[in-house]
Design a protein around this ligand. Sequence first.
Ligand code: C2O
Ligand code: CU
Length: 462
Amino acid sequence: LQLTGATTLGSLAGCAGQLPGTHDGEGREVKPRSTVTAEPDTSVNLTAASGTIRPAPDTSTANWMYEGQFPGPELRVQEGDVLSVELTNDLQEETTIHWHGVPVPNPVDGVPNVTQDPIASGDTFTYTFRAEPAGTYFYHSHVGLQLDRGLLGPLIVEERNPHVEYDREYVVIVDDYLPGEPEHPSDGGMGGGGGMGGRGGMMGDVRPPYEGLLINGRLPENPQTFDVTEGERIRFRFVNAASATVFGVRIAGHEMTVTHADGRPVEPVDVDSFVFGAGERYDAVVEATNPGTWAVQADALDGNEPPARAVVEYESAAGESPQPPSAASNQLQYGDLRAISSLDGVSGDPDRTFDLTLSRGSGQSYIWMIDGQVYPDADPFQIRPEEHVRIRMTNQSPVVHPMHLHGHFFKVGNAIKDTVLVPGHMGQVTIDFHADNPGRWLFHCHNLYHLDAGMARIVKYV
Ligand code: C2O
Ligand code: CU
């Protein structure tokens, strides 16, 4: 399974702008989304602490997690509900939580030293926001490399009127498994220095020495079984919560009908497989019309680990081993995605355009840059409320970058997303968003090691 490279993902450049929808922004005042003061519909306490996980019966490792669970507890609310989460920090270091993909008010976005002071060890902090729009999201620490230590969990905002019919659903969190402490890539290690091993790296990139790939916190030798009944329609909510892995996903014996990209509804598209990067989500419906025991498989596109695996099982003879998926033929392309909902304020010509390069530093240090600058020592991108903002990215490096914008959805091609893969080798992707959520927002690569090495910028309303 291969990323199809610049010719496909890259061909999105320039698609935006000729899309349906009208600019309704005239005369409408954009106010900061202030912190919600209404009584919460759902209140949750999450404690971040270290503990031990058992991803397979004979494997146990120290991990950091929420409520002693890995992945963290599923937060599930109805669209429009006010969700209040009190986070207690029982770690020995500072932390925060970011609500990945949800356009929350800026003060509860969870970016340390940008939207809040980091929460000190022993302290608590309460995040309150209205959970909208409906979608498949996840939450994770936004401090350092804590995401790769296990501080993540699913956040599901249910539609009040789903446009997809289904009988049952499962959340599928795909992750790379790093026992022990993540290490910052060391200076001078061109793709192999320090503790990073450089395994699986491509032309100077580094990837931690992952000990395996996980679905819902379980190694492939210990797969979760998704029980289904013949005839049912199963909605799978796939979340790529990895720190440095792009995955290709397939289900043996079944076609997937992709219904949502990053939580936003799309016109249904039938595929055998899809590729997603860290921070991306897809919902897909599978019809249980082929009884048996079948593998749900996620292959790392840039690693050597055995694929992550779960099992779909219905009316099979006991002891039958799951059928692995065959080589995938019909792979989802961004160009196949057509959003059903519209994104206001991004039709026609943009009010402001940023033309950016994505590149690796050329010196001895492990550095990743957006437009030649290294975060936090980088100039914020300044925008004004109500503008239609375009960001065009050209990836001068050989590796793919999953770029994520906080606080906003963007239009890419005919899709609405919040995270997008920018292919290597001069791949180009253009995104358009409406400046409707004032604040200071992070725009960054969701490969945690690239983010940690400077691949971020602040988008600041002025
Ligand atoms: Cu999952 Cu800054 O994001
Ligand atoms: Cu990157």
